[in-house]
Design a protein around this ligand. Structure first.
Ligand code: NAD
Length: 350
């Protein structure tokens, strides 16, 4: 444990979720901070903390409050002392669901962030890392996408909440001296912890690739539908920049350390987190089949509202400034997702 971390806490919101739980493991492994989580289990289960304990030997305390509830958040900060930094994952994240229920997304995602920022200065927390998304770039024509790529029109209310969240954070850092904030724009996180003991297990029906693929292979879903095969890409299916969840999780450790150890860090900064490689949905399916040895039952379906055609990152800024680079490739991602499905999939799903 470093002297810097002794007796200090990091708040991880959404700690029972997919990215939050993997990040907690990386924080335990690489830092000495005490970790406290806030998660209302709207898309996760308390069993995530059992899994974290099984892998790391550490029990994480969680407050099951709704972060969009202003009074509850105020009470939480009044009761938890010594929080120096916040990693804010908690949000609703389904693009199609946000198209169907935009108000829910504005309320939950923007409201939660507003409540956290409203309490941060008085609580003495100086550092904040925000889960943003490559969806802030919209439907771009010039690839790869770097942090200099202009922010485009949001293709969904979900993407809009990320754009608005970033704006709120930038203004917050500008107006509150001494506060340091990083927005991490994730591309497409997939895979599971290499142990196979922790992975993606959403309560709400998944709309993203890996749980749908592994769930189909396991027989939970009848078939996997590829949404759109007439895009202007090499095989007609969408191009994405898939990145292993543990690589993303470790980037949070690097970003947090960068802010804490670097007095000259800008008050507000953004970083892309991807591998820099575009992979089509069909190629991802093939990678799954190779990694698992299973023939997937899939079919081509119509395009899905809110999806962009192709996007992949230039992630050289994170490499240069944070000293972070991804370790895993698409087969590792699919192989670990399948290992998780085989080990634990059925036990954690409702
Ligand atoms: P997740 O749903 O697995 O985790 C989010 C967690 O936040 C869940 O456990 C949920 O119960 C909790 N939560 C949601 N609203 C809450 C509220 N109001 N109060 C308390 N807890 C609340 O999602 P994830 O995949 O881990 O994503 C984490 C973050 O990363 C989100 O902000 C998401 O938008 C962002 N992100 C995710 C992806 C992805 O593909 N997974 C891509 C880009 C960005």
């Amino acid at each position: 444990m470093s002297a810097l971390s002794k007796g200090k806490k990091i708040l991880v919101t959404g700690g029972a979720g997919y990215l939050g739980s993997h990040t907690i493991l990386e924080l335990i492994e690489h830092t000495g901070y005490e970790i406290v989580s806030v998660d209302n289990f709207s898309n996760s289960s308390p069993s995530a903390f059992d899994r974290i304990e099984r892998i790391s030997g550490k029990r994480i305390s969680n407050h099951a409050i709704d972060l969009s509830d202003e009074a509850a958040v105020k009470r939480f900060f009044a009761g938890e002392k010594d929080i120096i930094g916040i990693i804010h994952f908690a949000a609703l994240k389904s693009v199609p669901d946000s198209v169907a229920n935009p108000q829910l997304y504005y309320h939950n995602n923007n409201g939660s962030l507003r409540n956290i920022l409203g309490n941060m200065p008085a609580a003495g927390a100086k550092y904040c890392i925000f889960s943003s998304s490559c969806s802030v770039y919209g439907n771009i024509s010039k690839l790869p996408v770097s942090e200099h790529t202009p922010i485009g029109r949001a293709e969904s209310p979900y993407a809009e909440t990320k754009q608005q969240g970033e704006k709120m954070l930038e203004q917050f850092a500008e107006r509150n001296r001494g506060m340091k904030v990083i927005s991490l724009r994730y591309f497409n996180p997939v895979g599971a912890h290499p142990s196979g003991l922790l992975g993606e297990s959403p309560l709400n029906p998944p709309t993203n690739l890996a749980p749908l693929i592994t769930g189909t292979a396991a027989g939970r879903y009848r078939e996997f539908v590829i949404h759109g095969h007439d895009y202007n890409t090499r095989d007609g299916t969408c191009v994405r920049d898939y990145i292993h969840v543990s690589d993303i999780a470790y980037a949070h450790v690097k970003a947090l350390n960068f802010l804490i150890e670097n007095e000259k860090a800008p008050d507000y900064d953004v970083f892309n987190l991807g591998t820099g490689k575009g992979v089509t949905v069909l190629e991802a399916v093939k990678a799954f089949e190779k990694a698992s040895g299973i023939k997937l039952n899939y079919r081509m379906g119509p395009r899905r509202k809110g999806d962009v055609e192709a996007i992949y990152s230039d992630c050289s800024k994170a490499r240069t400034v944070l000293g972070w680079s991804p370790k895993y490739d698409i087969e590792d991602m699919m192989g670990s997702a399948w290992k998780w499905e085989l080990n634990c999939g059925d036990k954690v799903r409702p």
